[in-house]
Design a binder for this molecule. Structure first.
Ligand code: ASP
Length: 318
């Protein structure tokens, strides 16, 4: 039955902070607490938007921005180092109601790449901008700019030293640095009007080179939202997610294959990605408020907020 005018649905927000070889043995209690606190803060800030009747789009923006500001995650402040010792940032956002999207790749010095992705979506005639010229667009639109020191964290630097000078490129969470497993961030939301949205932000892979771009800023690969189906944000080795167009494929299987969100995620993520040897995780939310979080790594930082229920924060168990 279709929704009557002014009728509302329960809001939902799901976030992730990356997946990887996060094992209980390596994650000490203090660090675990820090992560949980950071995830809770992002859930709370994004959830506040939804509670007040704000849009799913604003909620994912706020949740991702909160995690970009936290040095624990590989996005915004705390992003991984690239081959040259800098930080190249990728982000995207999509509105499930209008199918409008914005994204930015290989941007430097923009404090909140998700904000730039949003401005691109809102104000420009483009979907994806990249590199130094995209910085001009950020400046023209008055976005906050920081010097490279702002993005630097000692842990990330030490992580990069292990790979520096080699061709080795790895997931930030798969580094052997003790007790520090950080991640790409993402959020999916459904607001009280039933609109869906998704956003993802990352520093990409450690020691990435040649202008490498992962799935996070690629609409359909790392991020997708469509009110008729679902909202999806991915994390993991982006090359696999691009090849399988994971986020859009989940939506397509629901739309054209008549499958549920859980079935579509199972097909794309568990069967296809696994067959190719891809590693990572996905958070997804459908138009009925069903939530799926899946990962084939040891852990994935994630949180779920559902109207009228207690917030849930997880790192390990599926
Ligand atoms: N998906 C991101 C990329 O490939 C990395 C990650 O999720 O950690 O750039």
């Amino acid at each position: 039955m279709s929704k009557r005018k002014n009728e509302t649905v329960p809001y939902t927000l799901v976030i992730h902070g990356g997946a990887g070889t996060i094992s209980k043995a390596r994650q000490n209690e203090a660090l675990e607490k820090e992560y949980k606190k950071a995830l809770r803060e992002a859930l709370q800030k994004g959830g506040e938007v939804l509670k007040k009747g704000g849009s799913a789009l604003s909620a994912v923006r706020v949740a991702v921005r909160t995690m970009e500001d936290c040095p624990l995650f590989n996005a915004g402040r705390g992003a991984v180092f690239n081959f040259q010792g800098g930080h190249d940032l990728d982000a995207s956002i999509m509105d499930g109601k209008t199918l409008k999207a914005g994204a930015v790749a290989n941007i430097r010095n923009v404090k909140n790449p998700v904000e730039l992705a949003y401005i691109i979506m809102k104000k420009s005639q483009y979907v994806l901008l990249s590199g130094a010229d995209a910085l001009d667009y950020a400046l023209e639109n008055g976005l906050k700019i920081e010097d490279s020191q702002y993005f630097r964290t000692e842990m990330r630097y030490q992580q990069w030293l292990k790979a520096r000078g080699s061709d080795h490129m790895f997931l930030d969470h798969d580094t052997p640095v003790d007790d520090k497993k950080f991640g790409t961030v993402g959020a999916v939301a459904r607001d009280k009007r039933g609109n869906l949205a998704a956003a993802t932000s990352t520093g990409g892979l450690v020691n990435k080179r040649y202008g490498r771009i992962g799935d996070s800023p690629i609409i359909g690969a790392g991020t997708y939202a469509n009110n008729h189906t679902c909202a999806v944000s991915c994390t993991g080795k982006g090359e696999f997610f691009i090849r399988l167009v994971v986020a859009h494929e989940i939506s397509s299987i629901m739309e054209h294959g008549g499958k549920s969100l859980a079935e579509a995620c199972e097909i794309v993520f568990k069967q296809r990605l696994q067959t190719l040897g891809g590693k990572g995780g996905v958070i997804a939310l459908d138009k009925n408020g069903e939530v799926v979080t899946l990962f084939n790594t040891k852990g994935m930082y994630r949180g779920i907020k559902k109207e009228g229920e207690r917030d849930k924060i997880f790192i390990f168990d599926q």
